[in-house]
Design a protein around this ligand. Structure first.
Ligand SMILES: [Zn+2]
Ligand SMILES: [Zn+2]
Length: 561
C-alpha cells in the first residue's frame, strides 16, 4: 500500500441524532473533513413531549453526547423553523452548547428569543438573524436557505455545499401555493438546484404513507370563514399556537362575521407577538384578552384557544371541565378543532371532546369538515420534489419506521439511484458516492424531569411506571448488634389494597413475612446487613404476591443498634 493511500480522504457525511425512526426531537448533523477531523454543522435541535409512558416527564430531548465530544469541531447550529420538534431543545441544552453560533430567520429568531428571555438567557446569546433565502459560509460549508411552505412562517430547506458537492436537507415542507404566511415553496430555485446537480436529498417522511396532495391553507381559511359566519352562538377555535396562518384566518373570519376575537392561552399570545414583530400578522390585528369574553354577546365572539392536543393545563381542557376563570361555554356553542391529533394524544383529546359534549357544545373536527390541513408532503408532493431535484441518493428522515420505509420505497420507484435507510445514530457518507452507512454513534434521550435533566436510561421513570402498577412496601427493621429484633417492624404501604380476600391486612402479611424471615436466619449471619435486607425484601414481595397476585416494589430500612 502506498503511503499516500493510507491518508484518508475527506468525505461529506450526514448523521441524524434524533428524528429518524421516531416523531419529534429532530437533530441532524452534517460533517465534512477526514475521519476523526471532520467539522460539523448542526441542523435543528428539537424536543418531543412526555406521554403516559413517561410519567412525570414534560419534555424529552435528544442525548447530545456526540455533540459534546465534538464540541470544538462544531461550526454552527442552523434552525429550519420554529416548531418545538425542531428548535425546542436549544434553550435546555444550551449550557452544553454555549458559544456555538445559532443561525435563524427572523420569525424563528423571534420565537427563540422569547423562549430565551423567559429563561434569562437572551443576553449575549450568539444568535445570528439571517434573511430568507440567505447564502453564507459556515465553517467549511456553503449554506443556502430555500423557502418552503409548511404550517408556520419561514420554513427553510437547506442546501449544503462542500468541495465534494451539494446536498439538500428539506426540513419540514409541503407544496402550497397559497400558504397565507411567508413565501410559498420556491419552486424555481428547487428546479435550478436540480439542474445544477444535487448529490443527495434528506427529506421529510411524515406523510409518505398518504396518497395525493395536501390541500392548501387557503382552503381551510374559507371553511373557517363559513363556519364562523354560520355559528348560532359562541365559537371557540383551537389550533396549534404556532400556526400563524390559521390564527390570521380565524381573525379575518371573525372580522367578516362581525365578531370580536378573544385570545385564550399564553402560548398563543407569544406567537402573535412574534408574528406581529416580523410582519406575519398585521400590527393592528385587533384582539382581546380573555377577561372580556363573558361580557360579549354570544353571537359577537370568537375565542381562539390553546389546547388542541388535550393538554390538561391548556385553555381548551379547562374550558371543557368548566374550570376556566374567564371562559365558559354552554348549550349550542361551537368548538372547532382546527388541528390534527398527534399520535399518542388521542385519549387526552377525546377526554376534552367528551367533556365539551356533556356541556351541550357542538364539536367540529377535521372528520366533519376540512378545518385542518397538514404541513407535510403527501406522496404526490414527494414525487414532484424528486422530479425537480433529481438527487443521486435519497435519505428519508422525519418519521417513524413505516413512514421512512414508505418514503424509501417511493424514492426507489421514482428511480433514485441510491436509497439509504438510516436511523438515529447512523453515520451516512453522502459523498464521495455511493451513499452508504459507514458508522454508528451513540444516541439516546434525555428527560426534563422537574428542574433536572437526566439520561432516560437512569431508570427513575421506569421505576415510576412500575410503581403505578404494583405499588410499594417500605419496611423498617431494627436489630441489636447481636441480631435480635428490638421492635416490631414498621410497615408503610403505598398503592396496595387494604386487605386480602380473607380480610388480612397487607401490613400484617408483610410484618409476618419480615419476622419469619429474620427468625429463619441464623444469628451469626444476621450481621451481614445486605443479606438480611435482601432476604426481607424477597420474603415480603413473595408473601404479598401469594395473597394479591402482584409483587410490589419493596424497600428495607435496616438499623443496627
Ligand atoms: Zn414543522
Ligand atoms: Zn417537524
Amino acid at each position: 500500500m502506498s503511503r499516500k493511500s493510507r491518508v484518508k480522504e475527506a468525505d461529506f457525511v450526514f448523521l441524524p441524532l434524533g428524528g429518524v425512526g421516531e416523531i419529534g426531537m429532530n437533530l441532524y448533523l452534517y460533517g465534512y473533513g477526514r475521519e476523526g477531523a471532520r467539522e460539523w454543522l448542526i441542523v435543528d435541535m428539537g424536543v418531543t413531549f412526555g406521554s403516559e409512558a413517561e410519567p412525570g416527564v414534560d419534555v424529552i430531548l435528544p442525548d447530545i453526547r456526540f455533540i459534546e465530544e465534538e464540541r470544538k469541531n462544531i461550526v454552527g447550529l442552523l434552525l429550519t423553523h420554529a416548531h418545538e420538534d425542531h428548535f425546542g431543545a436549544v434553550a435546555d441544552l444550551w449550557p452544553a452548547l454555549a458559544g456555538i453560533p445559532v443561525y435563524a430567520t427572523p420569525f424563528t429568531a423571534e420565537m427563540l428569543k422569547s423562549k430565551l428571555f423567559e429563561l434569562g438567557l437572551v443576553n449575549g446569546f450568539p444568535l445570528q438573524v439571517i434573511p430568507l433565502g440567505d447564502r453564507r459560509t459556515i465553517g467549511p460549508f456553503d449554506v443556502e436557505l430555500v423557502s418552503m411552505s409548511h404550517s408556520i412562517p419561514e420554513p427553510s430547506a437547506v442546501v449544503i455545499r462542500t468541495p465534494l458537492g451539494a446536498v439538500l436537507h428539506t426540513g419540514d415542507w409541503k407544496l402550497d401555493e397559497n400558504p397565507l404566511t411567508s413565501a410559498p415553496t420556491d419552486v424555481a430555485r428547487l428546479k435550478a438546484l436540480g439542474d445544477d446537480g444535487v448529490a443527495a436529498m434528506i427529506c421529510d417522511s411524515t406523510n409518505a404513507i398518504r396518497d395525493g396532495v395536501s390541500p392548501s391553507e387557503a382552503d381551510v381559511a374559507a371553511v373557517l370563514a363559513r363556519l364562523i359566519r354560520e355559528a348560532p352562538k359562541r365559537v371557540a377555535v383551537t389550533t396549534f399556537a404556532s400556526n400563524v396562518a390559521r390564527i390570521g384566518s380565524v381573525a379575518k373570519a371573525a372580522r367578516a362575521a362581525g365578531r370580536e376575537l378573544v385570545v385564550v392561552g399564553r402560548a398563543m399570545f407569544r406567537v402573535i407577538e412574534a408574528a406581529q414583530a416580523t410582519g406575519y400578522l398585521p400590527q393592528n390585528l385587533h384582539f382581546h384578552d380573555e377577561t372580556v369574553f363573558d361580557r360579549l354577546p354570544p353571537h359577537k365572539v370568537v375565542a381562539l384557544c390553546t389546547g388542541s392536543q388535550g393538554e390538561p393545563r391548556a385553555a381548551m381542557a379547562r374550558i371543557a371541565q368548566d374550570e376556566h376563570p374567564n371562559v365558559e361555554l354552554d348549550e349550542g356553542d361551537w368548538v372547532i378543532f382546527s388541528s390534527r391529533t398527534i399520535p399518542g394524544n388521542e385519549k387526552a383529546v377525546s377526554r376534552v371532546q367528551n367533556a365539551l359534549s356533556d356541556l351541550g357544545v357542538e364539536i367540529i373536527t377535521d372528520q366533519d369538515a376540512p378545518v385542518h390541513v397538514s404541513g407535510h408532503p403527501r406522496r404526490g408532493e414527494l414525487e414532484q420534489l424528486y422530479r425537480w431535484v433529481k438527487p443521486g441518493s435519497a435519505i428519508p428522515m422525519h418519521g417513524e419506521g413505516r413512514h421512512l420505509e414508505a418514503h424509501a420505497k417511493l424514492a426507489e420507484r421514482l428511480g433514485v439511484k441510491t436509497v439509504v435507510r438510516a436511523r438515529n445514530g447512523s453515520m451516512v457518507r453522502l459523498l464521495p458516492e455511493p451513499a452508504q452507512i459507514i458508522d454508528d454513534v451513540p444516541v439516546g434521550r434525555l428527560y426534563r424531569d422537574g428542574m433536572i435533566l437526566t439520561r432516560a436510561d437512569q431508570g427513575q421513570v421506569r421505576e415510576r411506571r412500575k410503581l403505578s402498577f404494583v405499588g410499594s412496601v417500605a419496611v423498617s427493621v431494627v436489630l441489636s448488634d447481636k441480631g435480635v429484633l428490638l421492635a416490631e417492624p414498621e410497615i408503610a404501604l403505598t398503592g396496595l389494597p387494604l386487605a386480602d380476600s380473607e380480610g388480612t391486612s397487607f401490613a400484617e402479611i408483610a410484618r409476618d413475612a419480615v419476622v419469619g424471615t429474620i427468625d429463619s436466619i441464623p444469628r451469626p449471619k444476621r450481621k451481614d446487613q445486605a443479606l438480611v435486607s435482601d432476604a426481607v425484601r424477597r420474603s415480603v414481595r413473595a408473601a404479598v404476591n401469594q395473597s394479591w397476585g402482584k409483587k410490589p416494589m419493596c424497600s428495607v430500612l435496616l438499623t443496627v443498634l
